[in-house]
Design a protein around this ligand. Sequence first.
Ligand SMILES: [Zn+2]
Length: 89
Amino acid sequence: MAVQRGNNDMSSYFVARRAQPDGIHAVHDRSRCPPECFTAATEYLGEFRETTQAVTVARLRYAHARGCTCCDPVFATPPERVQLALLRS
Ligand SMILES: [Zn+2]
């Protein structure tokens, strides 16, 4: 079920301080990501309307920042990396 969001809806975004095994720093949306995303140390990025904006800001700190799969499928990890992550989890 898709969540409808208005134009003025801002979300809090966080980036993982620690890179995943594949070197990606995952960017998480506080309102959409499951709580599991925030158990590891995360760094507050700010309030953004789009995951793309949050990822852009995150990349100023971490070159390999990327929206996590639960945040935005468009910027999600490629399938082969998801499988790798599943194998390692
Ligand atoms: Zn997430």
